[in-house]
Design a protein around this ligand. Structure first.
Ligand code: SF4
Length: 364
């Protein structure tokens, strides 16, 4: 079957068929049938590029568990919701902030752009799984033909100038965060266009990407991928920062191809950090996270956040008690250099900063 446009950008096939995944990973028929049932609610999306990093025949493999539909997702759990961070309310048009529907401001000095709904995978714990499909930037970056196709689906403004007008007019904003979906599902040309555009706003000094793609499909970081030069306005001598936060949850996700991609990103001028979600049965122990963080710092990617799970309906089986998370951080602090220990945080809607779940007092 010919590859889709998204697959061509990601440079990997995306497996959506549970039978195919089961066969290739030698999963038994019970696991397969259960996955089929759960996938009716939230479909499978598994990048072929990561399949060799999964242990065949093991339904509890830490990579597979992040993407394989499970019957536990169908359980309704009190305290879990479809919009745990209240983003859909915050971002519902019309917005009092005057920001367009693809831009959110949660914290001072930074705005977050929902670039696209597309991803290279479907994480089973994704807190944006219910996010409205029409509040994204992508249609604005599309070609005229693509735009005409999508226009009816979008409630965004249709002019990039107009989208960023409020950012241009607010010099308190020094950082733009490109999120999604995954911004690296946009083509290199579209990313360059976006960086060039943002680069023309003098007070925006930093662009931060949040992405799983360099880990899942490292071949996406090719010779034509944007560099810091795409973000620097010509002849100004201005200092700017391109920052990429890698989303990575298991040390098994990092192989030699990923290592090459991270080195290449650094050569292109990206500052690399990482964020990890604390996930029961996947990384809720010191040894796993210590191995992950050692691998990352050896590649020049500094652990930034360890996130407590956002309480999205269908993901309760991944939740790890905060007491466990605190103990992990305490023990990591004894094993690793300070710069290799992330901040253990939770996002609480409406708060003007992330909530730190660990401080030294916790360890007493
Ligand atoms: S990569 Fe991020 S946005 Fe995409 S499915 Fe996973 S958690 Fe959700």
């Amino acid at each position: 079957m010919p590859m889709s446009k998204l697959e061509l950008i990601l440079k990997t096939r995306l497996i959506c068929d549970i039978y195919e995944l089961s066969e290739r990973l030698e999963l038994n028929s019970l696991v397969t049938e259960q996955a089929l049932q759960a996938a009716q609610k939230l479909p499978l999306l598994f990048p072929e590029s990561i399949i060799d990093r999964v242990q065949k025949g093991d339904p509890n493999d830490p990579i597979l568990l992040q993407f394989l539909p499970s019957l536990q997702e169908l359980e309704e759990t009190p305290g879990f919701s479809c919009d745990p961070l209240c983003e859909q309310t915050l971002n519902a048009p019309p917005k009092r902030s005057g920001l367009p529907s693809c831009i959110m401001q949660k914290y001072y000095g930074r705005v977050l752009v929902i670039t696209t709904n597309a991803c290279a995978c479907q994480c089973r714990f994704c807190f944006r799984r219910y996010y409205p499909k029409n509040r994204v930037l992508l249609p604005l970056l599309a070609s005229a033909d693509e735009r005409a196709e999508r226009e009816s689906e979008s409630d965004s403004d249709l002019d990039v100038d107009k989208v960023f007008e409020s950012v241009r007019n607010d010099d308190s904003i020094s950082e733009i965060i490109l999120s999604g979906g995954d911004p690296l599902t946009l083509s290199n040309d579209k990313l360059k266009l976006l960086l060039h555009y943002i680069g023309s706003i003098a007070h925006v000094k930093r662009v931060r990407f949040h992405s799983r793609v360099p880990i899942l499909s490292p071949q996406r970081i090719d010779g034509n991928f944007p560099t810091i030069e795409d973000f620097l306005p010509l002849n100004t001598g201005d200092s700017r920062v391109l920052h990429l936060v890698l989303h990575v949850n298991s040390p098994n996700e990092i192989d030699e191809n990923v290592a090459e991609a991270l080195i290449s990103l650094r050569r292109k001028g990206f500052v690399l950090t990482s964020q990890t979600t604390l996930l029961k049965g996947i990384n809720d122990n010191v040894d796993t996270l210590a191995t992950l963080y050692e691998k990352l710092i050896n590649l020049g990617a500094f652990p930034y956040y360890l996130h407590q799970l956002d309480r999205v309906q269908g993901a309760a089986h991944f939740e790890t008690p905060v007491t466990v998370g605190r103990e992990i951080i305490r023990r990591l602090s004894e094993k690793l250099p300070g710069y290799a220990v992330p901040r253990y945080v939770r996002e609480i809607p409406g708060r003007l900063m992330k909530t730190n779940l660990f401080n030294d007092l916790d360890s007493n």
